[in-house]
Design a protein around this ligand. Structure first.
Ligand code: AGP
Length: 622
């Protein structure tokens, strides 16, 4: 996610801003920038791609940017490739180039979030004479504020209010106005931002670590509220422009725990970020009740022309592919073959006309997945990448790209990116089913309603984490654990088993439940834990009987199913329930208790769950 900082006070702003951005580096970014008011009526903007070091060198550690009021930003690209032009801050002036330097501009701003309707607003502003130098949604918002500010000759708070009413999406904004030197304005909706005060100094940031060195007195600005920062004072306003009072809070965290927002590890923080990751990914793909894949070049015609789908990926991304095959074949009746990228890249690939190769990758840099993509392209196969990192190699080389919006994933074990990938797959499958005439508009709307309910249902599961934590501690020293399921439940079992192995180093296997009796059931012995995944109604009884076969041989059974299937307790020794949703989407809910099980198993064994031994976040070598 992007990082935002702001400062106005008695000190030079640039060094404070750079220090704050450095403390937000853990959030992941691909470019950075500053804008400082140097006492004159212009803001000086400096931007740099790559790591913060580039910006520090460009500004001589901030010394070359004189001024006591400024804003800064580290960008995690969502709209527009990582580049100096797309880096923030953005300006309202019709400047050429990258919007850097001393810029004739009324409004200068930085933004964290996704503006869903920025393209329609961009067209509106273009009709009013605005020109755009970047591909970002942020530049559109800054220019829209400028538009209202000039059209209605109103102050910053009213111009911002009019803008907030007009834009849709998520945002944390920090803005400076030429006519208001020494002041910073901020507003947010569903993106983090805090305001800090200390003596004659005022600060704002996306997250606590950026200002913890300067103050522990912070205000949590609410959704659709506006803050006006002056040196040592802050005023808050509501959407009507009326001043409101907010209570300050004293931060008690230390800096390290603040990076994790108070969570013990990045992994658990990211498990808790899943509702937002799914919601943001769906927001980016669903506009006004319609799934819009045109931006990825996946027109209805392209979707109708697909004769078969092959999915190539690694690790958890491959598990998403295993889930996708059931969903795509059942909903869109498209034949699917799922391949380990490391296998696909070396074998003789026989393909048919109209085949689509889908590469799924969080990092967009995995060597085997990239090789699979390149092989398919060499064979003339159309390629689609489902990727979390904008501008990554796989994203750049695929014919089509659907970005997930999980934000940067720090923990080596993927969780929120996995869930975001599933959300992208659901949208692709439902849209393909609709344009191929396999579902009608009522069914289409029904699926979209169910998709929209997933984030809240994940929240409900997370509220009951203690029970899973207790159970994981009981089995933290197990020698071997089995996960079994059929159909989609088998794909979920695969991910549950990998989470456990890579985080706790406990050996486990995921097995298609019907396959156990063909040999592996000989491993079942007294007290061995078998976790049965039972989310698919038409396979429920079959898997129950496979679990009973294991119990008859001494196994201890945990069942994972949806509320209402209480008969499972006749067989299982321990049951975890998740809310119901459409069977096609149940992986998004069933995977969460298994992520928690793996996480708490690792914690119980005192392991470094964010950086497990032998593993890298992105395997960029063979
Ligand atoms: C998942 O928890 C692992 N960290 C690993 O299996 C990962 O999913 C795999 O290496 C693929 O990475 P990618 O999604 O970045 O391509």
């Amino acid at each position: 996610m992007c990082g935002i900082v702001g400062y106005t006070g008695t000190q030079q702003a640039a060094p404070v801003l750079l220090d704050g951005l450095a403390r937000l580096e853990y959030r992941g970014y691909d470019s950075a920038g500053l804008a400082v008011r140097n006492g004159s009526d212009l803001a000086e903007v400096v931007k740099s791609t790559g790591k913060l070091r580039g910006l520090i060198e460009k500004t001589d550690g901030g010394r070359s940017l004189a001024g006591t009021c400024g804003i800064g930003h580290t960008r995690w690209a969502t709209h527009g490739e990582p580049s100096q032009t797309n880096a923030h801050p953005h300006v309202s002036g019709n400047c050429s180039g990258s919007g850097s330097g001393l810029v004739e501009s009324e409004v200068t701003g930085v933004h964290n979030g996704i503006i869903e309707n920025y393209l329609e607003l961009k067209e509106k502003l273009s009709r009013h004479g605005y020109q755009f130098y970047s591909d970002t949604d942020t530049e559109v918002v800054v220019k829209l504020i400028d538009y209202y500010y000039k059209k209605y000759k109103i102050g910053p708070v009213d111009a911002i209010n009019r803008t907030l009413v007009r834009i849709r999406g998520t945002y944390a904004l920090a803005l400076m106005f030429r006519d208001y030197p020494g002041e910073i304005y901020a507003a947010r909706k569903d993106a983090p931002m805090i305001i800090g005060i200390d003596g004659s100094e005022s600060y704002l940031a996306s997250d606590v670590p950026a200002i913890l060195n300067y103050t522990r007195t912070v205000y949590y600005i609410g959704n659709l509220q506006i803050a006006q920062l002056r040196p040592g004072e802050v005023h808050f306003f509501d959407l009507n422009g009326d001043e409101i009072q907010l209570e300050s809070t004293q931060i008690t965290w230390d800096a390290k725990s603040a990076e994790k927002n108070g969570f013990e590890h990045f992994m658990i923080k990211e498990i808790y970020e899943q509702p937002a990751a799914v919601r943001d990914t769906l927001t980016s793909l669903v506009t006004e009740g319609r799934i819009t894949l045109e931006a990825a070049g996946l027109s209805d015609e392209v979707l109708r022309g697909i004769s078969s789908v092959r999915i190539a990926a690694c690790g958890s991304a491959w598990h998403v592919g295993m889930a996708a095959q059931y969903i795509l074949e059942d909903l869109a009746e498209i034949p699917v073959r799922v391949e380990l990228a490391s296998e696909y890249r070396y074998r003789k690939v026989l393909h048919v006309d109209g085949e689509l190769l889908v590469v799924i990758s969080q990092s967009g840099e995995t060597a085997d997945s990239l090789a699979a993509l390149r092989k398919a392209k060499d064979l003339g196969i159309r390629t689609l990448a489902i990727v979390n990192v904008v501008g990554s190699t796989i994203a750049r080389e695929a014919d089509h790209v659907l970005y997930t919006h999980a934000g940067p994933e720090i923990a080596v074990a993927t969780t929120k990116a996995f869930s975001a990938q599933l959300a992208a797959i659901y949208c692709f499958a439902v849209q393909a089913a609709y344009v191929r005439g396999l579902i009608d508009s009522d069914q289409y709307d029904g699926y979209l309603r169910e998709l929209a309910s997933i984030p809240d249902k994940i929240e409900r599961i997370l509220e009951e984490k203690e029970r899973i934590q207790w159970f994981a501690a009981k089995y933290a020293n197990a020698r071997d654990i089995f996960f079994i399921g059929r159909g989609l439940d088998y794909a979920i079992s695969l991910e549950g088993s990998l989470k456990l192995k890579e985080i706790s180093y406990v050996h486990s296997e995921a097995y298609a439940a019907g396959e156990l009796k063909h040999g592996t059931i000989s491993l079942i012995e007294d007290n061995l834990l078998v976790i049965g995944v039972l989310t698919q109604k038409d396979l429920f009884e079959k898997t129950i009987s496979n679990m009973a076969e294991c119990k008859a041989r001494g196994a201890f059974l945990m069942a994972l199913t949806s509320y209402g299937n209480y008969s499972v307790e006749d067989s299982a020794n321990f049951t975890v329930y998740v809310p119901k949703t459409d069977p096609h989407f149940m992986a998004s809910l069933a995977v969460v208790p298994l992520q928690l099980f793996g996480y708490y198993s690792g914690v119980a064994r005192g392991l470094d769950v964010d950086k497990p031994r032998n593993l890298a976040k992105s395997v960029t070598v063979e």
